[in-house]
Design a protein around this ligand. Sequence first.
Ligand SMILES: NC(=O)c1ccc[n+]([C@@H]2O[C@H](COP(=O)([O-])OP(=O)(O)OC[C@H]3O[C@@H](n4cnc5c(N)ncnc54)[C@H](O)[C@@H]3O)[C@@H](O)[C@H]2O)c1
Length: 266
Amino acid sequence: MVNFDFTGQNVLITGAGGGIGGGIADVFAKAGAKVYVADWKLENAEKKAAEIKAAGGEAVPVLLDVTKKEQIDAAVDKIAADDGRIDNLVTCAGAMYNVPYMNTTEEQLRTLLDINLISVNNTCQAVLRHMIPRKQGKIVNVQSSASREGHPLCAHYAASKFGVMGLTQSIALSVAKENINVNGLCPGFIDTQLGAQQNSNLWDVLMKNWGKSKEEMMSVLVARDVPMGRLQTPEDIGNAALFLCSDYAKNITAQSLNIDGGMKLN
Ligand SMILES: NC(=O)c1ccc[n+]([C@@H]2O[C@H](COP(=O)([O-])OP(=O)(O)OC[C@H]3O[C@@H](n4cnc5c(N)ncnc54)[C@H](O)[C@@H]3O)[C@@H](O)[C@H]2O)c1
């Protein structure tokens, strides 16, 4: 039967203590999935899991730093041991620097490659070890409109997110014969704390550079860049992730879907 009922399925979501990851977690929980809410900020993972449980859903907080391969392997193997399988993975943990290119450092690039790209490789591999023997599984990697086009303020972020797109396509082709779908999502503008841990949240940087309030700045950006004239929400990204993990998307793999109100056409 083809439907959006995820009862009896589980999903591991990295970065689920954050804005977009939290929205994805809510959507999967409402669809009936058991949600493993993973984040390196355990208190945020616990908060989101508690919210999901209070709303009647099933959620388990997981302490997971995606830059630590041994932590990824241990977390994934524990889920597989407890539930007998992993049905769905959404990689959403991420970080960003908004810095003019000539002021960037090699250390910043290495940080973003670790958090945004190498983590996706290691998490996909850990999960696929359990999905391949069952010949079943869905993976969604959260990419970015910066996977489509570079930007002078976030060169290293764009490099890491271009990498995630190439990796997603290559993993998808590697496991296509195993009946496993691997896709990406490219969100547009969403009001979250992305980059705050690097002291480099996009909205804070733009507010400082433009000398405008957040609301003024968002309305200028949206009017300029987004044909549909609105920001996107974490729930928009969750809905798209749920679709890509559903049977409706069983013949979609190696793709990256823009969720950006028409901003990018490629
Ligand atoms: N906000 C946007 O406009 C936007 C647009 C395009 C793509 N994205 C992508 O969406 C994803 C989520 O970002 P967000 O906007 O929700 O930001 P956010 O800062 O609210 O969430 C990111 C989450 O990742 C977690 N995280 C960071 N490093 C980690 C690590 N080493 N291990 C585990 N967790 C870690 C953070 O604790 C946080 O909970 C990111 O991959 C980001 O690149 C965001």
